[in-house]
Design a protein around this ligand. Structure first.
Ligand SMILES: [Zn+2]
Length: 389
């Protein structure tokens, strides 16, 4: 539901504020390359064929059922309808959950609305729906350290009603631990124009608590776009889409939005023919790469947390908080095939090494102050602890 945007051209720093840059990951690239233009195109055609998806209409319900079929066919089992009511009629968000291997209770939310206004909404937001479905299809079999919720919101065009409901009735009451909200809305491009740039959107609004983190994640998103697609990026501000209720709740948000803005949004001519499907394919590749990065996809499956094991309870980590050097005493645990990782608050691995001594010391001198997660893993155990530096 975006009608107007004043673009801000911003100088982006060469390095993010944490000072770490990201490089192409061949494992992620291999998954990105499995994206299927045919599948995306078919989904766009089907979405268009479902009609005008306004509140209280049969096409909206049919689209909900179409989405459920898609996720089921991709192998998802945790598929929930989140029902809300306004103007005396029910409406439905769709929530699909994939559980993370290391942080099962911390979520990457990948979202976009599926309701439309005045037309079939093939760009606004069939394009985002098609991108999210393709991410979900390709990530279903991939282990990710963080859990992912793929959310198709409704009621967006009527005033972010579905996402507001979800934040107020699920996120806040459950104190849901959200790593990042990645919103994809209107990424179809304009037929006849050169669509080679995507807008990466960050939180520049009040409340400002999460603005800096949103800036950092949005820089990371732009980096992923560069690594995994042929698109150029522009940084601008987030507004008027389903990330805003999360923004108001001080969650960290980022988003994608088309650079060439369609003139067909919210009109009966918002059809595939007025879009640029190649642009949607590029946005899909960028979004798959970013989702793998944000959810921390791992090539090998990691061991299950076994916090009841007395051996794991023997691990001693000190001092914590730590200023310079952290000591990790593995106690009786073997160091064989044991890896140590330190992950910063935006999910970047800043230290990674093979453990060789049962008392391991790592220097944190070069790292900025903040909260980190220490992950110790071997084929038989997985141990995580928050470190304050
Ligand atoms: Zn939209």
């Amino acid at each position: 539901m975006k009608l107007l945007r004043t673009y801000l051209t911003l100088v982006t720093l060469l390095l993010s504020f944490l000072g770490y840059s990201q490089s192409y990951n061949t494992f992620y690239g291999g998954i990105v390359n499995q994206y299927s233009p045919d599948t995306i195109h078919k989904n766009l055609v089907e979405f268009e064929g479902l009609g005008v998806k306004e509140h209280g209409t049969t096409p909206l319900t049919n689209t909900l059922n179409w989405l459920i079929d898609k996720y089921s066919n991709y192998g998802y089992t945790d598929i929930k309808i989140d029902t809300f009511n306004y103007n005396s009629q029910d409406d439905y968000n769709l929530i699909v959950t994939k559980i993370g291997t290391v942080y099962p209770n911390t979520y990457l939310i990948v979202d976009g609305h599926y309701d439309t206004k005045s037309g079939t909404g093939t760009n606004d937001n069939g394009s985002g729906v098609a991108v999210i479905l393709e991410i979900a299809r390709l990530l279903q079999n991939v282990n990710t350290e963080y859990s992912i919720k793929f959310i198709n919101f409704s009621g967006e065009e009527d005033g972010l009603i579905g996402s507001t409901w979800y934040v107020n009735n699920t996120v806040i009451p459950n104190s849901m631990d959200i790593k990042l909200v990645f919103n994809i809305d209107e990424v179809g491009g304009v037929n006849g124009l050169v669509n080679n740039t995507i807008v990466c959107e960050r939180d520049q609004s009040i409340p400002t608590l999460s603005n800096a983190a949103s800036y950092a994640f949005t820089d990371t998103l732009a980096t992923c776009v560069g690594l995994y697609s042929n698109l150029l990026t522009e940084i601008s501000y987030a507004y008027s889409s389903d990330y805003m209720p999360f923004q108001a709740n001080e969650n960290i948000i980022t988003g994608l939005f088309e650079k060439n803005q369609t003139s067909h949004a919210h009109s009966p001519t918002d059809f595939l023919i007025n879009m640029d499907t190649n642009y949607v394919y590029e946005v899909t590749q960028a979004s798959i790469g970013a989702s793998l990065y944000f959810a921390v996809a791992s090539q090998s499956s990691v061991g299950i947390n076994d916090l009841n094991s007395s051996n794991i309870r023997d691990i001693k980590i000190y001092p914590n908080p730590v200023k310079d050097e952290l000591t990790i005493n593995l106690g009786v645990l073997t160091t064989e095939k044991t890896m140590l990782k330190l992950i910063n608050i935006i999910g970047e691995t800043v230290i990674e090494k093979q453990v060789t001594n049962s008392i391991e010391k790592i220097s944190l001198n070069h790292l900025p102050a903040g909260i980190y997660t220490l992950v110790m893993s071997s084929p038989t155990m997985q141990f995580t602890e928050k470190i304050i530096h």
